[in-house]
Design a protein around this ligand. Structure first.
Ligand code: AMP
Length: 503
């Protein structure tokens, strides 16, 4: 089946073609037609199946007729996290680029003022997290009586996060005559109850989970000092039969650093980051698609929305500080039934982030070590309080990672990986580690990122363009730079902040 056969508008088709999508995914094949017909839909589909486009594409067509009135959105999308909400709005921007739909994103971390001004002008699409929606409605700033289409995305996560009572309240404010689309990865009894209560004669569409990382992607993690990360990356690249690879960095500027390092060492590499002009971005992507460039160093933002099906490897040069980014990153390999490999380079300080990832994916990432290298332990720590991890708003439990060096058999990836029994994996997540590889010669341009600053960068992006308001604890922090640091960089030493005249 093609997108044309689904009967989408020419302008929507044009935007889809520009995204590089050639065929609809199974959820899109099933859901788009039903949504166009105005049916309520209960979609059982996980992230990675193309579920977001399965509702945004027909919604764009539906909403392209008609006009929004001030403070009365014509459609409402509820998403459990601001990251998902932001992703949905990106989808609307990308697929709706040839339509004139207006949109507002109502999420924490953005100023109420901007969002309210957008609403005052009238929006076709309002994307919100339940909490923010409750706030705004409670203050009488919005009317929901004109909402014709409601989407509840990732309902199972809303359930995990305790948002269902809020969602039910919001549903009570909507007009009964509307189209409702409910998406969830699972049909938990509570989700079924919600569907029975709020959907009218819904059509159930269900697709298999996307190639789960556990099944198709061989994962591994090495732990080295920050200054040895580039060395570790080269070690990994050489140990692998890499057809092509995405190499993810947490920070934009490290994309350039890693890219230059790879080039200097003779690897076929390109880079992709948010500041590149579109023409250069397109050129780089074409070269990567054609195989002229084998490795693409990129940031999460730059890689978002890229659709390249055949990628043999993903390397995380940094452990993402938001566990879900890990899933998105490694989901770039092992696509369409193919096998893939995803390797992560961690520093000992990344313990809590690794623990958060393992918690999210529900399994240990095997520790690997590169030949002839010393292993380092990951430090224990609290799971990142990002609020994005499955399990809720609060702080997650302490990481249980426990360093251990073992004799490990070879895996088919050519890297040594520990073999864990089921019991071990369940009870004692172990992070064995990797090469205390020789650091590269010091270079002015090559500064390894500190985990804290990497977190800062990601948080800034996640919290919207304006970035996160710095917390006192962020402003004065322990220096964690490698010994190749040449300046203070982002760090302000505490003695500079102290008032010399204070008693
Ligand atoms: P989602 O399940 O909505 O999180 O989508 C997962 C990824 O699939 C996103 O990166 C989309 O850009 C991509 N995607 C969505 N639809 C298609 C399609 N028809 N062909 C290829 N990639 C797609």
């Amino acid at each position: 089946m093609t997108f044309e056969e689904l009967g989408l508008e020419p302008n929507t088709l044009k935007a889809i073609a520009e995204m590089g999508y050639t065929t609809p995914t199974p959820i899109q094949e099933q859901a788009i037609g039903l949504i166009q017909m105005g049916r309520d839909v209960m979609g059982i589909a996980q992230t990675g199946t193309g579920k977001t486009a399965s509702y945004t594409l027909p919604m764009i067509d539906i909403l392209s007729n008609g006009r929004a009135r001030a403070r009365m959105p014509r459609s409402l999308i509820l998403a459990p996290t601001r990251e998902l909400a932001a992703q949905v709005s990106e989808n609307f921007e990308q697929y709706g680029k040839y339509h004139k739909l207006s949109m507002a994103l109502l999420i924490g971390g953005e100023s109420f003022g901007d969002q309210e001004r957008a609403l005052d002008r009238g929006v076709d699409v309002l994307i919100a997290t339940p909490g923010r929606m409750m706030d705004l409605f409670g203050r009488g700033r919005i009317l929901l009586s004109d909402v014709k289409v409601l989407v509840i995305d990732e309902a199972d996560r809303m359930l995990d996060m305790g948002f269902i009572p809020d969602v039910e309240k919001i549903l009570g404010w909507l007009p009964p005559l509307r189209q409702t689309l409910l998406f969830s990865a699972t049909m938990a009894p509570e989700i079924k109850r919600l569907a029975d209560k709020f959907l009218s004669n819904p059509k159930l569409v269900s697709v298999a989970p996307p190639a789960s990382p556990a099944e198709l992607v061989t994962q591994g993690i090495v732990v080295v000092e920050a200054r040895a990360k580039r060395d570790a990356l080269r070690g990994l690249l050489k140990s692998q039969d890499v057809a092509n690879a995405f190499i993810f960095c947490n920070r934009k500027r490290d994309v350039a650093v890693v890219y230059r390092s790879l080039e200097r060492h003779g690897f076929s590499a390109g880079q992709l980051h948010g500041d590149m002009p579109q023409s250069m971005r397109t050129e780089t992507l074409d070269a990567f698609r054609k195989g002229d460039i084998k490795m693409l160093v990129c940031s999460d933002v730059a890689a978002r929305g890229l659709d390249i099906a055949d990628v043999s490897h993903v390397f995380n040069f940094d452990v993402p500080s938001h566990a879900e980014d890990y899933v998105h990153r490694i989901g770039r390999t092992g696509r369409a039934g193919r096998e893939g490999c995803a390797f992560t380079i961690a520093t000992p300080e990344d313990g809590r982030y690794v623990a958060a990832i393992q918690k999210l994916i529900g399994r240990d990432i095997p520790l690997i070590h590169l030949d002839g290298t010393e292993t380092l332990p990951l430090k224990d720590g609290d799971v990142a309080p990002s609020g994005r991890n499955r399990g809720g708003r609060g702080r997650s439990p302490k990481a249980k990672t426990k360093p251990e060096v073992r004799n490990e058999p070879k895996t088919e990836t050519g890297i040594e990986a520990p073999v864990k029994s089921q019991t071990e994996a369940e009870t004692k997540p172990e992070i064995t580690v990797a090469p205390a590889a020789k650091a590269e010669p010091r270079a002015r341009t090559e500064r390894s990122p500190s985990p804290r600053s990497a977190e800062r960068e990601t948080s800034g992006r996640r919290n919207g363009r304006k970035g996160r308001t710095p917390q006192p604890a962020d402003e004065i922090e322990e220096m964690q730079h490698g010994d190749n640091v040449l300046a203070f960089g982002d760090h302000t030493p505490s003695f500079l902040l102290r008032d010399p005249f204070a008693k």
